[in-house]
Design a protein around this ligand. Structure first.
Ligand code: ZN
Length: 183
């Protein structure tokens, strides 16, 4: 990535090298303020870009599963990790279009927990390595032409999903349960 004028430090979530700034963060996704700032800028760049469909619909999935800290103590975070992993599974393994995979998110908890008779999402111990591609890389890449954005977002999504390989079997069960209920 390009050299930054300000001091940088590793994000507490994804491990990417982010500006060491003080600022707002997400209420339960554990990220350093500099990382949250980069993510906001990435989302703003892709908003309304005709070539950025995959990015527009799914950047939140990659970001959420690369910032899973605190889930053992916070049910919102457990739900976030589970729902966004299911969305990545549907997108990358289920041959869903970005729009289809995204549209299922809203009902994932209701359908899967109900069908599997679970009171709540279980805690999935996060991988130590959150993936080689983070929002930091995507932030640097997305300042290039809009035609290149889908390439980088795809690498980011695949990297985030691959990092959770120890839990793929569990997530595939959830994704299959969701697919049985919704066409
Ligand atoms: Zn981060």
């Amino acid at each position: 990535m390009e050299a930054m004028n300000e001091a940088a430090r590793a994000c507490v979530g994804c491990g990417g090298l982010v500006p060491a700034v003080v600022g707002p963060t997400h209420p339960y996704m554990q990220a350093s303020a500099g990382c949250w700032q980069l993510y906001g800028e990435v989302g703003a760049r892709w908003h309304g870009q005709p070539g950025a469909g995959l990015a527009r619909w799914h950047h939140v999935d990659a970001y959420a599963v690369q910032h899973p800290g605190g889930a053992e103590h916070d049910r919102r975070q457990r739900q976030s990790v589970a729902v966004h992993l299911v969305a990545l599974c549907l997108l990358l393994e289920g041959a869903h279009s970005p729009e289809q995979a995204s549209a299922r998110r809203g009902r994932t908890s209701q359908v899967v927990l109900g069908r599997l008779n679970l009171a709540d999402w279980p805690y999935l111990a996060p991988p130590r390595d959150r993936g080689a591609v983070t929002v930091v890389d995507v932030h640097a890449a997305s300042s290039q032409t809009q035609q290149e954005a889908p390439v980088y977002i795809k690498a980011w999504l695949e990297s985030a999903w691959a990092a959770w390989k120890d839990h793929h079997a569990t997530v595939r069960t959830w994704a299959a349960t969701l697919q049985k209920v919704q066409p």
